[in-house]
Design a binder for this molecule. Structure first.
Ligand SMILES: [Zn+2]
Length: 175
């Protein structure tokens, strides 16, 4: 007869104090801080600044936060997804365009109006497609010359455009 080995105990530590958490229930519980289910503080995001001779392609947000503000396509990284794939996926979902990433623009850490910290890996990209805003996420989209940018803009979009204009983008790293 083969004895069944007991299931290994999960070891979960509180992200505030490092104490081992009780894991009897579905959610680990720290004796001092309570339920600990959030493992990431800065939510990972990715975005792409799409440019060509017309300038930069921006969309106006249909949703909160930053409803009505102009932004570049971007969003949260899915579990296990590479940020480059997130950037391409978001451009497809929000603007209906297939994007070729051409450079790494930068890594931006910012807080959205909901108080959530986001760490976004951002790229430069190009597309041969005509943008068609998704409607649910993007109200309208247009190309803007760098000297004629609209306002208001969401999050760090102005910094991203500034970095693109200043030539701060770098060759794409391996993915
Ligand atoms: Zn704790």
């Amino acid at each position: 007869m083969i004895a069944m080995a007991p299931a290994p105990e999960r070891t979960v530590h509180c992200y505030d104090c490092g104490a081992a958490c009780a894991t009897a229930g579905a959610v680990p519980v720290c004796a001092d801080h309570g339920p600990r289910w959030m493992l990431v503080r800065n939510a990972p995001g990715a975005a792409v600044v799409i440019t060509d001779e017309r300038g930069v392609l921006l969309g106006r947000r249909a949703r909160e936060p930053w409803r009505g503000c102009w932004e570049v396509p971007g969003g949260f990284v899915d579990l296990g997804e590479h940020p480059a794939d997130t950037a391409r996926r978001e451009a497809r979902e929000e603007l209906g365009v297939t994007v070729t990433l051409t450079a790494l623009l930068g890594v931006y850490v910012f807080r959205n109006p909901d108080g959530q910290w986001i760490q976004s890996t951002d790229y430069l990209g190009e597309t041969a497609d005509e943008a068609v805003p998704d409607g649910g996420e993007v109200l309208e989209c247009r190309w803007f010359a760098p000297a004629d940018l609209p306002g208001p803009m969401a999050g760090p979009v102005e910094r991203r455009i500034e970095d693109w204009r200043a030539g701060r983008a770098r060759p794409l790293p391996g993915s």
